[in-house]
Design a protein around this ligand. Structure first.
Ligand SMILES: N[C@@H](CCC(=O)N[C@@H](CS)C(=O)NCC(=O)O)C(=O)O
Length: 201
C-alpha cells in the first residue's frame, strides 16, 4: 500500500503515528506529495486532491484520515483497541473528531494567512484562535482519562497539539494555560511514533 502524505499535515501524521504504533511499516510505503501541485498520483486516487490518501494494493483508495486509521487498525495482529470496542468506541470516535476539529481550526488560520495581507481578516483569525483555546481548555480537564499507549482519539489530540505548535506558536501559549494537557503531551511526545513524525519547523 502507499500512503500519500505531506510532512506537516496533522491528519497524515495521525496515520503515520498509527503505522508505527502498530508496526505496519513493512506494509505501507510513505509517498510525500505536495497537494498544491495537484500531482496525477494524488488526483487519480483522490479527486478532491487532499492528503492523506491511502492507495491499497488492489488500486482502490481510501480517504479521509479517520477512515484510513480505522482500516489500518484492522491490520497486523487485528484490532488492538486503538479504535475502541463496544460502547467504548464512541468515546474514541468523539475524541478523534475533537482532535481533528482542533486541527481543522488551526488549518483555517493557516489558510487565511496565506491570502494576500489586504484580504486577511484579523477578526476571523482571532475567532479561530479563540476556538482552539476553548477546545484545549476543555481537554485540559479531560486529560486525566487519557492513556499514554494512545488510541485513535488520543493520537488525534496529540497531532493537533503538534499542529498548534507549528502554526499558532505566536498566537497561543497553550501550555501555560493548560498544564495537565501540556504534561500529557510532553510524555506522549517521547513515544517513537510521535518523535519520528514530528513536523518540520
Ligand atoms: N478531513 C480530512 C482533512 C484533510 C486535509 O485537509 N488535508 C490538507 C492538508 S493538511 C490538504 O490536503 N490540503 C490540500 C487542499 O485542500 O488543497 C482528513 O482528515 O483527511
Amino acid at each position: 500500500m502507499k500512503l500519500l502524505y505531506s510532512p506537516a499535515s496533522p491528519y497524515a501524521r495521525k496515520v503515520r503515528v498509527l503505522i508505527i504504533e502498530k508496526n505496519l511499516q513493512d506494509q505501507v510505503e510513505l509517498v510525500p506529495v505536495v497537494p498544491a501541485d495537484k500531482p496525477d498520483s494524488l488526483i487519480s486516487a483522490n479527486p478532491l486532491g487532499r492528503i492523506p490518501t491511502l492507495v491499497r494494493d488492489d488500486g482502490s483508495s481510501l480517504f479521509d484520515s479517520p477512515v484510513i486509521c480505522e482500516f489500518l487498525d484492522t491490520l497486523g495482529d487485528g484490532t488492538d483497541g486503538r479504535s475502541g470496542t463496544g460502547d467504548g468506541q464512541w468515546a474514541v470516535k468523539h475524541l478523534h473528531a475533537y482532535g481533528d476539529g482542533i486541527s481543522d481550526t488551526v488549518f483555517t488560520v493557516s489558510m487565511e494567512r496565506r491570502r494576500d495581507a489586504s484580504e486577511q481578516s484579523p477578526a476571523y483569525i482571532n475567532s479561530q484562535v479563540a476556538r482552539v483555546a476553548r477546545g484545549l481548555s476543555d481537554l485540559n480537564h479531560r486529560v486525566g482519562d487519557f492513556a499514554l499507549t494512545p488510541n485513535l482519539g488520543e493520537i488525534a489530540v496529540a497531532c493537533s497539539l503538534g499542529y498548534a505548535d507549528l502554526r499558532l506558536a505566536k498566537d497561543l501559549d497553550w501550555r501555560a494555560a493548560n498544564p495537565a494537557l501540556a504534561a500529557w503531551y510532553g510524555e506522549i511526545c517521547k513515544r517513537p511514533s510521535m518523535a519520528q513524525t514530528e513536523p518540520p519547523k
